[in-house]
Ligand binder design. Sequence first.
Ligand SMILES: [Mg+2]
Length: 257
Amino acid sequence: MRQRVDSPGRSGRLLLLDLDGTIVDIQAEPGEAAIDASTLVALANLAAPDPLGLVIVTGRSLADADRMLGPLKLPIIASHGAEARVRGFSLLEAGPSIAAVREGIEEIAARCPGVLVEWKPYSAAFHFRAVPEVGPRVWEALCAFTQACPAFRIQGGRMVFEVVPTGISKALAVEHLLQVPRYSRRRPIYVGDDPADEAAMAIVEAVGGTALRVAGEHFGPSVADFDGPAAVRTWLAALLADTDEIGGSVKAAIVGG
Ligand SMILES: [Mg+2]
């Protein structure tokens, strides 16, 4: 595990947190993923004194993420940027509805037994964690699909391929967020675990921010900053203790690495 320490400089941090595989353990069924009470308390305590210092960035829908984070109502970018609850953030244009291509998606699902298809408001995710050997077949079918329907692209994840509109991505969303004046002056720290996060991390690093990688099928131990979501949760709790002042610099040394 790498050791990394942030240098303070800008006026306060901006913690950008993915949910699944980052602060929440990945489950076989996405609906089973849950955030433990102590992590909710840590998030609440991080956000309360500095509401501009924390934004959740997730591919889940806003309603689903709110359900997981309840009773908290945190600033959030959801559905890869097609939904958000962040003042000043302009939503990304999702373009054609995923419902319009439902038939094609269901036809592919029928050819991939054992794959769990998760319907979201703007996308459809093919989870093949239970049948990893079917992954290449899903990929092939989705490649043909997106070639025929160029308004959609494939977003790779951890044992999941998601069909998303080409106009939305976490990277674009983070790029937009960092142009909102109230956020642009902050020092972004992005924590994530999969390819969608990696693209957003590149945006954050390009503006001098910090990207912290969570180990899993995407980031191997040699590049990861955290062993898994449990280490991120420990780090969040430690951030609270290490906050020098409200909205001020935070010692972001990696703990538990
Ligand atoms: Mg994730």
